[in-house]
Every structure is written in structure tokens, then in C-alpha cells.
Design a protein around this ligand. Structure first.
Ligand code: GLA
Length: 412
């Protein structure tokens, strides 16, 4: 079991000042001798409970924020230098203005760079920043560590540079950073969830209208447990983009017949009546089958949860996994093994892969009292079956992006 280990603000500030010095002067930039003040921001990761690979087609998703996330201590430097440090990685980037419009190798620094790039595209001048990131979301596990960094950077820059973008525009900006700079053609779920999460709730989000509703996660005697396959994720980005492309092909086949503009508007029934269109493209049909059935499952799952029918919610989680496995084809041996082992444990209501797939994590709904025995058994059986060691995270649905008070000089 990995501990949450959230860093405290005073420690973060000390580490920031050890790296970047106690003060920065904005005189050069503003023509006045103003001292720049460091600020602290936080954004969580997310776990999606049901509704995966529906956001890119305008469908429904049901994620919640988690109680792990990314902290960012940030200060303007007015020097047109862009400095990025992390408490978790040795890598330190100190970039000039001519270096920030291209990717910085294959590193996490591309996430804040992508965000700066988006501000510049909106004619908001980011004239230099010093940043220290600290995170406790496992990387590459499908819990949105990258969206968390993008969102925390976006909201921090929006505040520090007084850009005045409303929250939804900031969410869109953070997603565009991922699409345009990092190159993953993701939907809006992760950035939205990370920004808008609400303690103790999951959100039902319509990815077309961006209407959303916070739904209290009343799980009674049950709890959510996330299990990390620790499978090395390869081809994640290209396989993800390939699925997006297959969904676009499905839409191109269906649009003339059904008059729809996106796959989310196609019902399961309508897809059945148009199957003949897919004789040359069975992959596109399978992807569309997943999207339409997954949307229908989200529609059923949320009222089931609201009426305390957790058994039904769990069944829909199980069905979602099968659809992601067979129709959308983003599961893997380790994910299927974990899901099968989880479902064999007493009292487990549902278990499915969560997020993009191709490795990463599962999410399981199970009796709280059985968690220790679950971890013990599933951990052992999974190691025997795959040779891999799983990590387990008890998840509490946590709040979204926020500014956090830093101790003032006098109080330190
Ligand atoms: C990734 C993407 C999201 C979403 C999920 C799958 O996390 O970033 O936009 O498509 O996969 O639901």
C-alpha cells in the first residue's frame, strides 16, 4: 500500500527557495521595483468510474477527483526564463524564450510548456516563471498525472498573469496543451475532472455541452480501490490516437444515413440498423459499438448509484470492462487478470479498467471491510499469474484545482 505523502506548504516553499532563491524582482519587466511573490496551487488526479473512451466522441463520462495530486509553487521572474524543477525527478529545465515553443525531449516539462504555448497563442505574455512541482500520483498509471500538471499550471498562470479566463476556458486550454503540444488527441474528461472535482462526489459530464452535475458518492459499507498493473505502457499514445481515428471513420459512415454530427448521438439500436455500412471496416463498427453501449451504461449507472443500487452499478462496471476489452480493444493481459481476480473475491460488486487502458489501473467497488484481505490475495495471485507486482490505492474522492495558502514570511 503506497502512502499518500502529500507535502506540506512550508516544506514546499523551503524547497522552492533553496532552488530559486528567496526573492525575485520584476523591476526589469514592469519598470517598477516590485518583488514577485511565490504562490502555491494544487490539482488532483482522477479516476473514472464508468464511461471510458466516450469523451472524444462527445459522450458521457463519470469521473471523480482523487486525494492525490500535483502541487506547484510558482513565481514570476520577469527575466523571460522558464525554469522547471520537480521534487520527484532530477531533471531541471532552464529555458530561454526561443526554446519554449518546441518539445523538451520526451519529458514531463512538455506539460507546462504546452500550457505556456496556449497562453501565448491567446496573446497572453508569460514573461518568465520559476516552478517547482511535487506530485504523488503514480505516473503513467491512467490516473491523469499529466492532466493534473496541465491544469495546475493553467490555473496558476491564469492567476499570476491576471489572464481572466473563466474556469471552463482554462479547462479547454489545458486540453489543447495536450492535443497540440504533447500530441495526444485526448478528449476533455481528464482536464475537466481534475479542475472541477468536488470532495465526496463524482461528476456526470456531457462532453458535448460540458453540462455537468456533481453526484454524491454514497457507497455505504463499500469503497473504491484502485489497483495499478505496473505494466509498462508502450504505444499508449499512438494506439489511443488510432482508436480516435477509427471512431472518426465510424462517424463518417453513419453521418449520411443518420444525420448525426457525432458518435455520441447514435443509439445502440440505430447502430444495429446500419451495420451493413461497415462491411469493409469491422474495426470501426466495434469501436462504435463500444461508444454507443458505454454511453447507455453511464445513463443507467448514475441513477443506480443515486438509488443506492450498488449491485447494479457494479454490474455495469463489469460490462464496461468487457466492452473496452472486446469492442474498443484497449485492455491487456495484466488488466484482464486483475479484473478476473478481483471479481472472484467475495463481496466484490464490480471491477474494470479505468482511463485509457493499455496497462494502467483498474477500479474496483468492494466492501470496505474486505480491503486488506483483497489486497493480500489479489496481490499474491497477480504476482503468480503475471510476474508483476501490483500497487493498491484506497481512493477518497477529493476536491479539484485550488490555490493553497503559503505561510507568510513573518510566520516562518
Ligand atoms: C485518457 C484521455 C481521456 C479519455 C480516457 C478514456 O485518459 O486523456 O480524454 O479518453 O483516456 O476514457
Amino acid at each position: 500500500m503506497t502512502a499518500t505523502n502529500a507535502p506540506d506548504p512550508a516544506t514546499l516553499l523551503r524547497r522552492f527557495e533553496a532552488r530559486f532563491g528567496k526573492s525575485a524582482h520584476l523591476g526589469q519587466a514592469t519598470g517598477t521595483a516590485t518583488d514577485a511573490v511565490a504562490a502555491l496551487f494544487y490539482a488532483p488526479g482522477r479516476v473514472n468510474l464508468i464511461g471510458d473512451h466516450t469523451d472524444v466522441t462527445g459522450g458521457l463520462v463519470f469521473p471523480c477527483g482523487i486525494d492525490r495530486g500535483s502541487h506547484l509553487v510558482i513565481r514570476r521572474n520577469g527575466e523571460r526564463r522558464y525554469r522547471f524543477a520537480s521534487t520527484d525527478f532530477d531533471l531541471f529545465g532552464d529555458l530561454g524564450e526561443d526554446e519554449i515553443s518546441q518539445r523538451w525531449g520526451d519529458t514531463w516539462i512538455n506539460y507546462p510548456l504546452g500550457v505556456i504555448d496556449q497562453f501565448r497563442r491567446r496573446d497572453i505574455d508569460i514573461d518568465g516563471i520559476d516552478c517547482l512541482f511535487a506530485g504523488n500520483i503514480p505516473n503513467g498509471a491512467g490516473l491523469s498525472s499529466s492532466a493534473s500538471i496541465e491544469v495546475v499550471t493553467t490555473f496558476a498562470l491564469n492567476a499570476l498573469f491576471e489572464a481572466g479566463l473563466p474556469p471552463i476556458e482554462q479547462v479547454k486550454l489545458a486540453r489543447a496543451a495536450e492535443n497540440d503540444f504533447v500530441g495526444m488527441q485526448c478528449g476533455i474528461m481528464d482536464q475537466f475532472a481534475v479542475a472541477m472535482a468536488c470532495d465526496g462526489h463524482a461528476m456526470l459530464l456531457d462532453c458535448t455541452t460540458l453540462d455537468y452535475r456533481q453526484v454524491p458518492l454514497r457507497l455505504g459499507e463499500n469503497a473504491l480501490l484502485v489497483t495499478n498493473t505496473n505494466q509498462r505502457r508502450e504505444l499508449n499514445e499512438s494506439a489511443y490516437n488510432a482508436r480516435v481515428e477509427e471512431c472518426a471513420r465510424a462517424l463518417a459512415l453513419l453521418a449520411p444515413a443518420l444525420g448525426v454530427t457525432q458518435l455520441a448521438d447514435v443509439t445502440e439500436e440505430a447502430l444495429r440498423t446500419q451495420q451493413h455500412l461497415f462491411s469493409d471496416d469491422p474495426d470501426a463498427l466495434a469501436r462504435a459499438r463500444h461508444v454507443t453501449s458505454e454511453n447507455a451504461r453511464v445513463r443507467l449507472a448514475v441513477p443506480a448509484l443515486e438509488s443506492n443500487d450498488l449491485a447494479r452499478f457494479g454490474e455495469l462496471m463489469n460490462a464496461s470492462h468487457e466492452s473496452l476489452r472486446h469492442d474498443y480493444q484497449v485492455s491487456s493481459e495484466p488488466l484482464d487478470t486483475l479484473v478476473a481476480l478481483a471479481r472472484a473475491r467475495p463481496g466484490v460488486l464490480g471491477s474494470r479498467l479505468t482511463g485509457a487502458g493499455f496497462g494502467g489501473c483498474t477500479v474496483t467497488l468492494l466492501p470496505r471491510a474486505g480491503i486488506d484481505a483483497f489486497i493480500d490475495h489479489v496481490g499474491r495471485e497477480y504476482r503468480q499469474a503475471t510476474g508483476l507486482t501490483a500497487d493498491f490505492y484506497r481512493i477518497h474522492p477529493g476536491p479539484g484545482v485550488m490555490r493553497v495558502e503559503l505561510p507568510s514570511r513573518k510566520r516562518r
